[in-house]
Design a protein around this ligand. Structure first.
Ligand SMILES: Cc1ncc(COP(=O)(O)O)c(C=O)c1O
Length: 388
């Protein structure tokens, strides 16, 4: 399990973009958030069986699908929504986009907490909503929510918060106290809380994930968007779920999805999700142990060789977030040197204006791939530390 898998010639977006950037197939990619090892054996087996069937026509997300999803919610996230709260679409981004477009108007203020998954910026702007940033407070590479500033955003009339839980790229798993305070504020100012929980299964012990949906009895202007794309490496199968508690909002969102023919998913996505959520639990636990070990390897390597590089504690996700300011003061040289060493990671800037000296490194690969990546990173860091 979690062995090296060469994805260079499989039309993988991550690897194709990396090869294009560096101009050589010997590149190593630690960028886009998908994994470089096989999915769970139960998922692969279910897909093989479905391929063998030979007919791939229109497919329903039926009762078996809904039960598999909602039982997974109950077992892994500590709550079980009613079946009729569930809507199905292709991508998490499709779901977020439709929710935003349905529940807010042009020029409405929508808050995101930065640094954050870079696509949240165009997500808000492309709908011509006013993007309001509530920057996370950073102390020594660790992050917390600035509740005071968030309250001022709400006071000034923000209509929605697009929340990332766990938070890509800073790796936070939000605590119960933080979520309680967040929901209380949303309730006080009547703000829609949309929680992107795509990384919800990627949790490092002893941290525990709690979905915002568990607070629905206290406040119901909550929407959860979720998918097995990251957990089981299924992003290419494009299947995502929305949980919408408010019946009126649910009806509107469903209508909007239908208007663009975006309800439902595809034959393989549905099959894969049923298998993953029915039989994939032990594999997910093993993957979390693997990611935690990868994070320890990276942390130990940094402490030993480059203690001036700070890494945010990895509570959740498989994305390590590093501050390399001590090696590249204004963040102008880092990427060029990386590419010279045939290494591609994610630069910090797209996640937030304040992040030019940060980088994100995807740990969802084999231990061997990480080891080779660290050899290349060593050359990058050593070049940077020698030249001003
Ligand atoms: C927080 C977050 N949301 C959404 C996505 C994209 O999800 P999808 O491919 O299902 O649209 C990603 C992918 O990296 C992500 O990190």
């Amino acid at each position: 399990m979690f062995d090296t898998l060469d994805r260079r010639h499989s039309r993988s977006a991550k690897w194709m973009m990396a090869i294009e950037k560096v101009g050589h197939t010997s590149v190593l990619a630690f960028s886009v958030a998908d994994s470089d090892y096989e999915t769970a054996p139960c998922v692969k087996a279910a897909l093989k069986q479905r391929v063998e069937h030979g007919a791939y026509g229109y497919t329903f997300a039926d009762e078996t699908y809904k039960s598999a999803v909602l039982d997974w919610f109950a077992r892994r996230y500590g709550y079980k929504p009613e079946k009729d709260t569930l809507l199905v679409t292709s991508k998490v981004l499709t779901a977020l986009s439709i929710v935003l477009d349905t529940l807010t108007e042009t020029n409405d203020a929508v808050v995101i907490q930065t640094p954050v998954y870079h696509v949240f910026y165009p997500l808000v702007k492309q709908h011509r909503r006013k993007l309001i940033e509530n920057p996370l407070l950073e102390t020594d590479a660790n992050y917390r929510i600035d509740f005071e500033h968030l309250e001022s955003c709400f006071k000034n009339g923000a209509k929605m918060l697009v929340f990332c839980s766990p938070h890509n790229p800073v790796g936070r798993v939000w605590r119960d106290e933080e979520l309680t305070q967040l929901i209380a504020l949303c309730k006080q100012y009547d703000v829609w809380l949309i929680s992107d929980e795509i990384h919800a299964d990627l949790i490092m012990a002893p941290h525990q994930f709690k979905s915002i949906a568990s607070y629905v009895d206290y406040y119901d202007k909550l929407i959860v968007v979720q998918a097995p794309g990251k957990t089981f490496n299924l992003a290419g199968l494009q299947t995502a779920n929305l949980v919408v508690f408010d019946p009126h909002a649910r009806k509107q969102i469903k209508k909007h999805l239908d208007r663009f023919f975006l309800s439902g998913s595809n034959v393989f996505g549905i099959e894969a999700m049923i298998a993953a959520y029915t039989n994939g639990e032990l594999w997910v636990d093993a993957q979390n142990n693997h990611i935690a070990k990868q994070a320890q390897t990276l942390e130990f390597w940094l402490k030993t060789h480059y203690p001036m590089v700070k890494m945010s504690p990895l509570e959740g996700t498989y994305l390590a977030w590093l501050n390399i300011e001590a090696l590249d003061k204004d963040g102008t040289r880092f990427e060029k040197v990386c590419h010279k060493e045939k290494l591609v990671v994610s630069a910090g800037k797209p996640f937030g204006r304040q992040c030019v000296t940060w980088m994100r490194l995807n740990l969802a690969c084999s231990a061997e791939q990480l080891e080779e990546g660290l050899k290349r990173l060593d050359k990058v860091f050593s070049t940077l530390s020698k030249t001003p």
